[in-house]
Every structure is written in structure tokens, then in C-alpha cells.
Design a protein around this ligand. Structure first.
Ligand code: MG
Length: 307
């Protein structure tokens, strides 16, 4: 289980990436058997990880205490990205439900967002919760473009935006100049919001980058310059570590960017990677959703605790 798995490894591009690695740590394959793995989220209190297997319409659960994997929820409404809010509750994007939901401590599922100005959302993809309790999510059209990971439908809104739901439940658009907004994450102090655009999936020469916005006190965004262009595949989901580095999915594994935008290294994975998250008691273990499999690697960096 802990031996070198073919196709895994590390690529040091800039010397400062070495300090992120543990010399003898290896990439582990924790489980395999999904069709498309996405949306990992760590629950510290329960010592387990949830993630989506979107086409199989299920949320899986990996248990740190014994390494077992079970089905957490099926059907899952083709859930995609997840996060955990400040109260430790699961917040989920659903392709089929075309909504963002919250799972309460008693297991009750409630709706966070499902429409904007009376029109149904497309298919929420990824979500983050800010420390003030606001919920920020992207709404590309992947879940309504085909029946494989949602249900084919016309977009009622006719565009793919990034939204914020404040604690009163009011939903507003925070970015309307994306083709396919996808992963998103705040910088450790929440002064910046990074958002991926995977427009290249459906637009020739379309975007395959992460943009960086300044988060204003009133909840609006400014700036939005391109932070990084993906050199292999697409950036889908990503996380930021405590020092502000971005650990992002790509076709050949996980790409690590310094806060100044330099690609400093890669964790190589033998499958297309869709998303990552930090977990473990010290948030120094990176969990990696690689198409059919769940991988992890211990790093000499720490994630930002969401709670
Ligand atoms: Mg995504």
C-alpha cells in the first residue's frame, strides 16, 4: 500500500518546492473503483473524508480509523464539489438537483441556493464558505450539458456565473465574466479569492486558467487578473495552504503554485486529477481525487482549517 505506485512521484520545478515535501513520503492509493472522483472534503471531528463519484450518483466516505470506504449517500443528485462550513456541516453542490445544499447535524438536507431572480441555477460545481458564513459557489453548465453526470437541460440563466449567498440567504452575482467558472478558494486571510475557468472544455482556445480577485469588505470582488495558466489539461478544483500556495488539479497530477504565481512543482498522479483537499489531524495530508481513485500524500505544509 505504501510502496511506490507506478506513475506517481514529485517534480521539483523551483527549489522552494523541496521544502514542501517529506523526503521519504510516497503517494498512496487509498481506494479505486469510481467513475469520476471529485469534491473531497475532510471532517476533522469524525476523521473521515467524503467525496463525490459523480456519474455513479454517490458520495463516498473514506474512514481514517481503518481505511475502509463506504457509501455515504446514494443517490446524491450527482453531487460535485463539497466543503464544510464554520459549524462543521457538509455543504454540497448538486448537478441533478441544480442547487447547493447543507446537511445539518441531524442529517436534514436544506437548500442554500437553487435559483437566481426566479431562474434555476445551471449545475453548481464547487463551493467555499467564508468565515462570515457566506457561501460562495460557481455555476457552470456541465451538469446540464449531458445526462452522464446530471440531466440535459437548457440553461435558464443563459450564462455561467459565480455567486455569493449571504447569511440572510440573499444571493448575488460576484463574477459574471467567466465561461465555465469551476474551482474556487480563498487565500488564508480571505483577502483574495481564486477562481478557475475551464472554458476550454467547450470553447476553442478558451480559458484554462485561475484568476485572482480582491475580496472587498462589502462582499464584492475587484481585480481578477489571470494568476496561472494550466500547462497540462485544466485546473478544476484546488486548495490553498497556510502559506498561500495553491495546490491545484491538472491532467498529470497536482500543480503547486507559489503565491507570486510561479509553478514550483508537481505531485504526479497516473490519472487525471479533478480536485484535492487537506486533511488529517494536522491538515498536512493532501487527498487527491484522480478519476477512478482516491490518493493521498503527506506534505510538509498545512491546509487552512475551514472551521
Ligand atoms: Mg469542479
Amino acid at each position: 500500500m505504501f510502496g511506490e505506485i507506478e506513475g506517481t512521484g514529485f517534480e521539483v520545478i523551483e527549489p522552494d518546492f523541496r521544502a514542501c515535501l517529506i523526503g521519504h513520503a510516497r503517494v498512496e492509493r487509498l481506494w479505486t473503483g469510481a467513475r469520476w472522483s471529485e469534491g473531497p472534503v475532510w471532517f476533522a471531528a469524525g476523521r473521515y473524508l467524503l467525496w463525490s463519484d459523480i456519474p455513479n450518483n454517490r458520495i463516498l466516505r473514506w474512514d481514517e480509523t481503518d481505511g475502509s470506504v463506504s457509501t455515504f449517500r446514494q443517490p446524491s443528485n450527482n453531487s460535485n464539489g463539497h466543503t464544510v462550513d464554520r459549524q462543521g456541516r457538509l455543504v454540497s453542490c448538486e448537478h441533478l438537483g441544480r442547487r447547493v445544499t447543507r446537511t445539518g447535524h441531524d442529517g436534514t438536507i436544506s437548500v442554500v441556493a437553487e435559483s437566481f431572480e426566479g431562474k434555476r441555477l445551471n449545475s453548481p460545481n464547487d463551493v467555499v464558505v467564508k468565515s462570515d458564513g457566506s457561501v460562495w459557489f460557481t455555476d457552470p453548465s456541465y451538469g446540464i450539458l449531458m445526462d452522464y453526470e446530471g440531466a440535459r437541460a437548457e440553461s435558464e440563466i443563459g450564462a455561467c456565473h459565480v455567486y455569493r449567498v449571504d447569511v440572510s440567504g440573499t444571493i448575488s452575482i460576484v463574477a459574471d465574466d467567466y465561461l465555465k467558472p469551476n474551482g474556487l478558494a480563498f487565500s488564508p486571510d480571505e483577502s483574495l479569492l481564486y477562481i478557475a475557468d475551464t472554458g476550454a472544455t467547450h470553447h476553442e482556445n478558451g480559458p484554462r486558467h485561475i484568476r485572482r480577485h480582491v475580496v472587498n469588505d462589502d462582499g464584492s470582488l475587484s481585480g481578477g487578473e489571470v494568476f496561472a495558466e494550466c500547462s497540462n489539461g485544466l485546473f478544476d478544483g484546488f486548495r490553498v495552504d497556510r502559506d498561500g500556495r495553491i495546490w491545484t488539479s491538472a491532467a498529470d497530477g497536482v500543480h503547486c503554485y507559489a503565491p507570486d504565481g510561479r509553478l514550483i512543482g508537481k505531485v504526479l498522479i497516473p490519472e487525471l486529477v479533478a480536485n484535492v483537499c487537506f486533511g488529517g489531524a494536522r491538515l498536512n495530508r493532501l487527498f487527491i481525487c484522480g478519476t477512478t481513485s482516491l490518493y493521498s500524500v503527506f506534505l510538509n505544509v498545512n491546509g487552512v482549517s475551514p472551521v
